[in-house]
Design a protein around this ligand. Structure first.
Ligand code: FES
Ligand code: FES
Length: 156
């Protein structure tokens, strides 16, 4: 067991875990940040998506050692116009069903809007196709991302 300092949601936290511990276990087990979900554990579902240096990343296959000196953001701490617009659009279009996949969906969508503020349907498809939803909310997710892009055109 070693102590690893990690920047999570604008704070430095000292994590007690072996370097190969998946970031997802650190978030949920050690830090009790349960907004990031466990689905498959094999980078196949997107439920565990966080941002590392602004990039949507699967935390279930990311070892703790890989996030030293990097900036980690989770659904609990993500800030900015993109996530604000997405949350508003998610509410407006009543996207959520059971909710289990939704933090991962939002993290992937926020990274997409940062790169492409008004994404095309193809860009949405490419960015979101690794995020599964067993409730089948895909049409509402994609409509909400487009709506959020329109909201970003309005000066805040
Ligand atoms: S839990 Fe990480 S991609 Fe499924
Ligand atoms: S809302 Fe239920 S899994 Fe996506």
């Amino acid at each position: 067991m070693t102590t690893t300092p990690v920047q999570i949601n604008q704070k430095t936290v000292n994590v007690q875990a072996t370097p190969d511990t998946p970031l997802l276990w650190v978030l949920r087990g050690e830090l009790k940040m349960t907004g990031t979900k466990f689905g498959c554990g094999m980078a196949l579902c997107g439920a565990c998506t966080v941002h590392i240096d602004g990039q949507a990343t699967r935390s279930c296959i990311t070892p703790l050692a890989a996030v030293q000196q990097r900036l980690v953001s989770t659904i609990e701490g993500l800030q900015g116009r993109e996530i604000t617009a997405l949350r508003a659009a998610w509410t407006e279009l009543d996207v959520v069903q059971c909710g289990y996949c939704q933090s991962g969906q939002l993290m992937s969508a926020a990274a997409l809007l940062k790169a492409h503020p008004q994404p095309t349907d193809a860009q949405i498809e490419e960015a979101m196709n690794g995020n599964l939803c067993r409730c089948g909310t895909y049409p509402r997710i994609r409509a909400a991302i487009t709506l959020a892009g329109k909201k970003l055109l309005t000066p805040s």
